[in-house]
Design a protein around this ligand. Sequence first.
Ligand SMILES: [Zn+2]
Length: 361
Amino acid sequence: MPAVPIKDRWWQTKPKFDPSENWCTLWADQTPLNAAWHGMESLNDHYKNDAVNLAALAPHDPYVQDLLGSCPICDMWDRSAVSKPVDIPLMPTNKQGEVSPNLFSKLWMSHVWGTPVPMMHRKLFDAVSDDFDDDILVGEVYVLGGDRIPDLVSLLDRRHVPRRRKYAKGLFRHPSMSEFMPCHHCGRVLPAKCNPEYLLAGELESAAPRLLWGHVLLGPKTRRRCDFENKDKWPQLRIDEVPVLETPADPIPTPYPESWDELEASFAAIGLQLPARRISVNRTERPGPWLSQRIERLGKQLCHVPVAHDKYWTMVFFVRYRALFEKKVAERVDHWSDEELYDFVKDSQEFSRGLTSYFPV
Ligand SMILES: [Zn+2]
């Protein structure tokens, strides 16, 4: 398939934006709860004890899954079906059966490990909640077998913010590690673990803040009103800029597809075939219902790979994806079979010892 000429693309590689319209994400810089979410192995000793206590949150995942009806593999949930907030129980961390206030005194915002329910400190909540819309549901945080923790609220956002990333710099920068793939259980497009690199103006339905895992996303008006740049008022609050673009900077359709089937259908509707995305499944699991049906329809060859081959097949997918839009790449790889491309990617990775993640054109 020859590459789509630049004039026919529906997106831009170098988009323009107006910095005064920037949105931003707010998060807490290194707090114990955040540290627990990032994984205990990587923690320094300072945080280790707190994190071990907080790891006890993990057993509550099924509780949240039940309330949200979320997928057991990817934790994604059906937003429209949720009408009530989710209260979060925390395990006591001291002998008095409380959660030590040191753990959340500067915790502005945190993601509860393994669930899509973030927690926010009451002070930040009081500052921004005037701008919330009805799709943000506010619940409580309490100590398991004990009292409510008045300094924390649990939040749930029924709207979804697409985690858009720019073409070469985001989505395709480290293709061997990319998680841009379907969940094998439910077929949803897995959300990137990072926040959006940019927002698409047409996908912002209002100026109301939105919630991401462990971060709150705010528009320029809320940001100015709350004076978040004031470090005395908001110690250890981190602000990341998120530009708003008029046209997409990545070749993912609009509206951002929720499922891989929708993604493929959107490409088919404009006469393009999305390359095969072969995925691997943990050794301890079987392919979930979505992947099993797909294997039945398309054959195992195009759907499933052993874990050991996953990295290079992921790169094959991204090289083929680039070949849809980059003439040089298309000319180089279009006449190769997937197996030949796999061998080339594997050889070039082994030759460079994995130092170059980009396909050498
Ligand atoms: Zn899933």
